[in-house]
Write a protein that binds this ligand. Sequence first.
Ligand SMILES: Nc1ncnc2c1ncn2[C@@H]1O[C@H](COP(=O)(O)OP(=O)(O)OP(=O)(O)O)[C@@H](O)[C@H]1O
Length: 278
Amino acid sequence: MAPTTIQSTRSDLPLIELRNVTCGYGGRVILENVNLEVRRGEVLALIGTSGGGKTTVLRLLGRQLRPLSGQVLFDGQDLAPLNLEQLYAVRRRMGMLFQFGALFTDLSVFENVAFPLREHTSLSEVMMRDLVLMKLNAVGLRGSRDLMPSEISGGMARRVALARAIALDPDVVLYDEPFAGLDPISLGVAARLIRDLNDALGLTSIIVSHDLHETFEIADRVAMVANGRVVAQGTPDELRNSEDPLVKQFVGAHADGPVRFHQPAAPVAVDFGLGVAA
Ligand SMILES: Nc1ncnc2c1ncn2[C@@H]1O[C@H](COP(=O)(O)OP(=O)(O)OP(=O)(O)O)[C@@H](O)[C@H]1O
């Protein structure tokens, strides 16, 4: 019998790839020649200085922003030439949880999670109910389905937003500051949940976060964005042990280093009128 040949499949490809991407806003370049791979099944953390361009990377992935040059690929497909219908089909494969995961305040927990299903599918009410309850169960909130957003805590609201982000069974979930404003216990719970859901549902996750401790606990790999570039990529341990001064300053939270505390400004004496000859 002829030996079985194992075909190379698309699963060998990274799920997401930025190839030499340069982009910006209104002529101002924010990211320059950035290369980044997101592998299937991994939790990738994007960290870096404020305003460094982390959220901008997420915008590229949904084509809310187009590169000036270079390519953004999702599942091997360049996003640039897609028409709107194709783009929406790709976006449906991406769950998004943005800062504070704003819920619809006039909809119950159940209806918040059902919302994307009602928008994008024509499932029967029975199927919809089962799916919503499965997602709520996955985040531990099946029993809270009838509560309104005003009746739940911030940590619970974040979990509802997470259930909503995975309602359509996406391939990848993009998290922008998922831990912002959470107390340390809720933060730990949310982080563990992101990791567990990623593994249990076979997702890929990208987390933009300033909470390095929690993020390093759950990430497979970390990419640091600063000065318009991905300055470091590696496992959490590799970044912790990095000798790169920028990475050391950031990961060690040192005030002094390549990133200066003071943004460029006129000399203090000038602004405060001290000893400046008239
Ligand atoms: N819509 C926009 N129009 C113009 N400039 C923008 C826009 N969005 C972001 N910027 C600028 O692009 C840069 C990168 O912003 P981005 O939000 O990607 O940074 P970030 O790394 O996510 O920051 P933070 O950690 O503070 O959220 C910043 O200098 C910001 O002022």
